[in-house]
Design a protein around this ligand. Sequence first.
Ligand code: SF4
Ligand code: SF4
Length: 157
Amino acid sequence: MNGFTLRYLSAERCALCRECCLFDRYDVYDTPLITAEDAERIHALHGGIRFIPRPDGEYIFDMECVGDVRCCPALGERGCILGRLKPVECLLYPYMMVRAGERIFVAVSDLCPVYREVSDELLRAEVQDNISFFVQIAHQPRYVREYDGQRLIKEIP
Ligand code: SF4
Ligand code: SF4
């Protein structure tokens, strides 16, 4: 899954911010999902990165602790070191897929200091320009979370 870039972000901006790669202790179970295959690939390239299996067969990163904060082990000095092996949810962020009843939407996180300043109109245009990417993800239930007050941008047809 590639070919998608977020036009309002830059690697430099994210490397300075790091907000979405740090998690509160109680958020750890909500961190990006990694398939067994990708966990194996990542571990082969970056031996220091370890994973925790979940009961559903997915994996999550074994996060390092700094006080109450958990830091993703793939976070380097210049941001994420995973390149094309970045988990789908990270590739997508600050967008996310949200289910509200029977409908699925692309939503955007208000935690991202860059994207929370971008208007709905511009975000809708970005989503529309990449609609086949979002539709592909919307059909994978593992990436769709329940609506919880997120800022909805566009319904997936
Ligand atoms: S919160 Fe936004 S700006 Fe900050 S690292 Fe994540 S995507 Fe980049
Ligand atoms: S995999 Fe990369 S983008 Fe995702 S949380 Fe870890 S460091 Fe951040």
